[in-house]
Write a protein that binds this ligand. Sequence first.
Ligand SMILES: Nc1ncnc2c1ncn2[C@@H]1O[C@H](COP(=O)(O)OP(=O)(O)OP(=O)(O)O)[C@@H](O)[C@H]1O
Ligand SMILES: [Mg+2]
Length: 256
Amino acid sequence: MPADPHGAVVLACRDLRYAYLDRFPALAGVSLDVLAGERLALLGANGCGKSTLLKVLDGLVFPTSGTVHAFGEPLTESSLEDERTSAAFRSRVGFVFQNADTQVFSPTVREEVAFGCLQLGLSREQTAARTEDVLALLEIADLADRTPYQLSGGQKKKVAIASVLVMNPQVLLFDEPTAALDPRSSAWLRDLMTTLGAAGKTLVLATHDLEHLTDLADRAVVLGEDHTVLAEAAPDVVLGDRDLLLEANLVAGPVR
Ligand SMILES: Nc1ncnc2c1ncn2[C@@H]1O[C@H](COP(=O)(O)OP(=O)(O)OP(=O)(O)O)[C@@H](O)[C@H]1O
Ligand SMILES: [Mg+2]
């Protein structure tokens, strides 16, 4: 569903700059709005800053300079120190990490999926009902009693996705969601993202998957290897701009 062009801005970034350890640049002046109900793809080569940008949007990394607003309020380290603000933000924004290993930590899959709901203060009954629903939705009910860290990469990814969906956030940040998934699971996840978009969720998706871009996103932001925004356009416009794709290292040029 295309985003309402007059839709509310849910996440707004202005001139973000960030370098890891003050030495390794990841964002070098990035501005971006995420509109309510849109599906926004973040495209760019390895190391251009996609994961870092998602971490900033999720309040996990704080820019050295520049501003982030979430739902109209500043998103800062100190704003998230307030428990109520932090709980409200965490209930509205969910993040599926690129590397599921850093996201799963509970003794069983069922506890892993239930964790976020309990953190949000849902009752044990509500949590149990939602957990079973999401385990069934992701077709991982048979893994419920397994230890997450012993699962395969794709299974872990599904557990990580379940642990986010169970909280029913309004905004979902997906970092390379289909990486590590087999073809059937990837197709299934693309369908799920389409369903979530049609249900009015706001999706931000970091991806290298140009093949499914037009199905998955309403708008694309292309980050360059210089960690700035190279372009912002409809997916078919981005895909039709070969010079842009080459510049962003999203397609391979002639071998030198
Ligand atoms: N923990 C870290 N310590 C030091 N540098 C880091 C760290 N994480 C990322 N970087 C650097 O920051 C830059 C941006 O990394 P980021 O992970 O955001 O890129 P990305 O676009 O998500 O790449 P990929 O497509 O490979 O996932 C890279 O140059 C990377 O080496
Ligand atoms: Mg990444």
